[in-house]
Ligand binder design. Structure first.
Ligand SMILES: [Zn+2]
Length: 300
């Protein structure tokens, strides 16, 4: 596992006029973000970067307050370089117990500016350093690196991440939902122990609220009901648009993250970490069939 700072360096060179905007499209991190944006129909392009750099527009995904944060970002990059060894060690320790057979050496972390807070795809983790919680607390950056590295490992087991553009053609909405409960549950479960150990909050921003979970039984049963009713409506053709599906599965209640975590947490309490390793390795459909019942039984 290593960190590659080339995207950030290139970006600052462009800002200071030492390089041309178009040069950045040859950077690996740029290609990885583009591939991700393509899968999720997000707006990311050279043209958008150009807008940020030339017109100082910050109305672009992940660039909020960038010019205000610039000094803090440079400090954070220095901190990342200084603490790199410890940072990577924390990530590997959290991941190794969940994916005992996987290697880290082909995984690269790219600090970037702009786009999503973190993505983990194609053996790469991109971390947007223009993120308020990272600028305020380095441990939040470690937590997100753990979460995204878990996604990279998940791809090693299950193949490339499923994109929005595949709903309806390759996957049904139910398959897509179960996949993301398994996928996000793995990411949240991977980082949760680190967050608890370091007393990171489970409120404040949406990414922190993904971790608002485990001990609250009422919330778990509410999520279980939301899942059941969504699956039921899908079965009876009562979900009328992809928008409605995404709102119910991926919207405010963060069903995929929270229900996914609740299932893994229940497996851990009942059977321990070796069962977690097996559960991650199962195809998502089998995972849901086998383990959702633990939560159902807890409700009974
Ligand atoms: Zn995630």
């Amino acid at each position: 596992m290593r960190v590659n700072y080339s995207y950030i360096e290139e970006f600052f060179k462009i800002l200071s006029g030492q390089a041309a905007i178009k040069d950045i499209q040859h950077n690996t991190a740029f290609k990885i973000i583009s591939a991700h944006a393509n899968k999720f129909e997000n707006d990311f392009s050279l043209h958008k970067l150009e807008k940020v750099i030339n017109k100082k527009s910050e109305e672009i995904f992940g660039f909020k307050d960038f010019f205000k944060n610039r000094g803090a970002i440079l400090n954070l990059i220095n901190l990342m370089k200084k603490k790199e060894g410890k940072w990577l060690k924390e990530v590997q320790e959290s991941i190794r117990c969940l994916f005992p057979k996987t290697e880290f050496k082909d995984i690269t972390i790219y600090p970037v500016i702009g786009y999503d807070i973190g993505i983990g795809i194609n053996k790469a983790v991109c971390i947007n350093v223009n993120t308020e919680i990272f600028l305020n607390n380095f441990k939040e950056l470690i937590s997100t690196t753990i979460h995204e590295t878990a996604h990279v490992m998940y791809e090693k087991y299950h193949g490339p991440i499923r994109g929005l553009n595949e709903i309806g053609s390759f996957y049904s909405m139910k398959e897509f939902l179960d996949y993301y409960i398994h996928y996000e549950g793995t990411g949240v479960f991977a980082a949760e122990e680190f967050r608890i150990k370091n007393r990171l909050p489970n409120s404040g921003t949406p990414i922190q609220e993904d971790y608002l979970l485990s001990s609250n039984k009422d919330m778990i049963f509410k999520l279980l009901n939301e899942y059941r009713s969504l699956v039921d409506d899908l079965k009876h053709n009562k979900v009328h648009s992809i928008y409605e599906f995404l709102e119910r599965g991926f919207g405010r209640s963060r069903l995929t993250h929270r229900l996914g975590f609740a299932i893994f947490d229940a497996i851990n309490r009942k059977y321990g970490i070796e069962e977690i390793q097996k559960a991650i390795a199962l195809p998502s459909e089998k995972f849901m069939k086998k383990y959702l019942s633990i939560l159902e039984l807890e409700r009974a």
